[in-house]
Design a protein around this ligand. Structure first.
Ligand code: ATP
Ligand code: ATP
Ligand code: MG
Ligand code: MG
Lengths: 461, 461
């Protein structure tokens, strides 16, 4: 009755892998491809490297539905000493920063390894070289789930004669190609839409997909920021204090947060009734709670900056929506930066009309978050709710209509509803921005439809 | 660029609490109530104790939206030495067993503590006494997120003069009563529907809810089982081998799995071409992979047992659906036990018709898993898909119609789509059983509607 057990973190994720998108072999195959591709895009685009990504899926043992999945990129690579950690430790990442990346959790690779380990008992194989490195490292790795540590099955080093840089990953998993091929193709095509500077070559068991680079122009890479004072809670403030207990309140504000200069720090501390010279390590629990509360409440901060973000841009969305949907017309908008709880975000939307879009009762919805196409859990995504509640009649649209919507949210913190990164949780500021983006795009649609209406009337005279 | 960071597990969940249902203060208030209530029901019902649960929500500081949430039960309590672990260690639980419980992750209480700690900086207060204990223990606890350990702020012991047993928990959080009250009331009413033997008394800031016990008859409690051979993957087999490396294959099978007697073990090993006397610690990696594969593939196992489950029963669902929905008629079914990947499950469904149910285009859906009402993420739940795809016309139902559906899944492993336990992931066996349950109930509805139709015709003659 009173028998308690502590579960090690890696074992917990291994047993509960359905919450990270690995609930069946078809979905696991899809999730494996996307976790690897998203890592490859994160390792190229932000560093000014035009991404070249090669993906190859081959049956290994059809009787057991075993497939090998190979993904290679020309990115910045992983330092030899870090490869075991990056593949073998849950919650190990270079992306725990105030900056827009596709990756956020420090979990993706580890879930792939845990799934392979649980279905085929095969280690993950990695080859990687960092930029200008004279060595290429090759590892075979599994995860010791009791200790959350890598098990290095094999390790080799080669001379990097041709100065290659990048990462190649190969894993053998139990999959279901028939039930995942459509989604994998969909995902790759939709990735190419929003990242037209990427070249993706996919070779599957019975198909090939060549998504050529359509531009060499890359978006301005996001910078790394400090947190906004509105984004921290009292526990985070306590952690910041522990890191530098000897700083004064003045220094604490100016060193830990974005956009707090001396003047602004002074006016905040005056407004909050706090002494600028007080040493933060000496604050009581009540004072720390009070400080955290005031950081959130103060109305005088500069707004959270969008320098840490990298939106797609209205032009790219128009080109993309037109090509993927075969639309007659596309109207795209990029909203001004906004924020929720101190986290900056930008919503972009595109409405596609007519052409090859079939008349639908419910508008087709293409969702993106930080340039990742979201294909599952649409019903749990706030975007679906916004599109369904939208009053299309106000914009001369009578359903059913040949209508599709693309919504892209980029943020330093996308509020994903689950560890599988498939749906965005209901955050009121984001929901509101989605409505406004849809409204802005719909106004352009209305102008277009009114003009078409008048043209029809003239023709009919 | 190459700057990596390891995040401690408790800190990861604190920062990513939206994936556990704590994405905003209204939802966090709801999630806090349900995590505590579910723990109280788990601590009473399976032990033959008629649950008495008291819930009290009070504003503590309206300017900051701070509320205290107090939940008390008459359950089996928590041993004094275990209280800090149970509240202060992520992935610490008594429910990592082959048995139907509401709790599954070993995360609920810890998320509540982390949320309180992050918003109000207040420790959680606990009072508990186990059955027949001469002591009552009181603690104030926070979590050290760097070490995943409890911080004991205060600890007291009292003589348990009146032999009370149970647990009382009080937490102070930043909440949003206005935006969560409807959901909290809904949740408690729906809990009372499926657990009519529970008495729930709820006192909120501006309302009171008294849900009296409607029966003293409790469902047969589930037993604790061993895993079914089809439910283990190769990593789990390796862990079992490490626990008893000196066992023979024969002993390994008979001791680790449910329903494998000597005869069945012999026939399996013969079929698989394995030596019954082989010591498991001496198996090679290939042999272990082979063994795991054969355990899954063998068709001769007994089917997974439902002794570890505790369904509600058709009668209870009918009474419940009728009372909560004010329906004119209710048709309920409990399907025979089934299984997916070796995990036994039972689907129960009830279709409610007419009375106070308004005509709807999309049938109202009440979802339950292991007797927990699921209120959010309906769009991500396989049950919504099943209800929407159901061919109601075949059963004399023409939409819009006054129609509501209740679906309950109970299993030793409910495949939740996220750590917030709100939706069931798409598992084909479960989806199929839901369709069949709906069909069985709909057939009864059709008979009823045909009879009503004939009565109308007779009246109209
Ligand atoms: N192809 C790659 N090239 C370079 N670095 C990589 C590559 N793939 C992974 N990494 C590194 O390994 C780390 C761990 O990757 P992993 O996918 O597990 O987590 P993440 O991408 O940080 O977050 P998420 O769980 O959301 O994917 C990354 O943060 C990155 O630093
Ligand atoms: N009211 C209670 N009475 C007795 N024991 C309790 C009570 N609440 C919690 N516990 C014990 O504390 C453990 C941890 O609870 P917690 O809610 O964190 O996890 P869980 O219920 O096991 O799983 P889940 O995360 O799905 O809720 C439980 O497994 C149970 O043993
Ligand atoms: Mg990743
Ligand atoms: Mg619990």
């Amino acid at each position: 009755t009173y028998a308690y057990e502590a579960l090690p973190v890696a074992e917990w994720f291994r047993r509960n892998r359905e919450i990270a998108g690995f609930q069946n072999s078809a979905r696991a195959m899809y999730q494996t491809v996307r976790e690897l591709v998203e890592n490859s895009l994160d390792a190229t685009e932000p560093y000014g490297i035009l991404p070249n990504i090669l993906i190859s899926i081959k049956p290994v043992d059809e009787s057991k539905s075993w497939y090998s999945i190979y993904v290679e990129d020309n990115g910045i690579g992983i330092p030899g000493g870090e490869i075991p950690n990056v593949f073998g430790r849950v919650f190990y990442s270079s992306k725990y920063k105030i900056k827009q990346h596709r990756g956020v959790f420090g979990l993706g690779l580890k879930m792939v390894v845990l799934y392979a380990q649980s279905t085929t008992n095969k280690p993950i194989a990695v080859r990687s070289a960092t930029i200008r490195s004279d060595k290429i490292y090759e590892y075979k790795i599994m995860i010791d789930t009791t200790k959350n540590e890598p098990i290095i099955i094999d390790r080799r080093e080669y001379n990097n004669k041709y100065r290659w840089h990048g990462t190649a990953v190969k894993v053998i998993i139990e999959g279901n190609w028939l039930n995942s091929k459509k989604r994998i193709e969909d995902y790759l095509r939709r990735t190419a839409i929003i990242s037209p500077y990427a070249e993706i070559f996919f070779k599957g068991p019975d198909m090939e997909l060549i998504l050529k680079r359509r531009t060499t122009k890359m978006p301005h890479p996001p910078e790394e920021g400090l947190p906004h004072p509105k984004s921290v809670d009292v526990d985070t403030v306590k952690q910041m204090i522990l890191e530098n207990p000897k700083s004064t309140l003045m220094e604490f504000l100016m060193n830990n947060f974005d956009g707090i200069g001396e003047g602004l720090a002074k006016s905040f501390l005056e407004w909050a009734g706090l002494d600028p010279n007080k040493v933060v390590g000496g604050l009581t629990q009540e004072e720390v709670t009070y400080l955290a509360e005031k950081l959130k409440a103060y109305e005088g901060w500069r707004r959270p900056r969008a320098d840490w973000l990298s939106p797609a841009g209205a032009e790219l969305l128009e080109v993309g929506a037109r090509s993927i949907l075969g639309a007659e017309a596309v109207f795209a908008v990029t909203r001004k930066p906004s924020s929720y709880s101190g986290h900056p975000f930008i919503v972009e939307a595109a409405i596609a009309w007519g052409g090859q879009i079939p008349p639908v009762d419910k508008p087709i919805l293409l969702r993106y978050a930080n340039k990742i196409p979201l294909l599952y859990d649409e019903g749990a995504d706030v975007a679906r709710k916004v599109v369904d509640e939208f009053n299309w009649q106000n914009y001369k649209v009578k359903l059913p209509a040949p209508l599709a919507v693309l919504i892209h949210v980029c943020s330093t913190k996308v509020p994903y509803a689950s560890a599988g990164k498939e749906a965005i949780a209901e955050i009121s500021e984001i929901e509101e921005e989605m409505r406004l983006a849809l409204r802005d795009a719909a106004r352009k649609l209305r102008i277009y439809l009114s003009r078409k209406e008048r043209e029809m009337e003239l023709l009919n005279k």
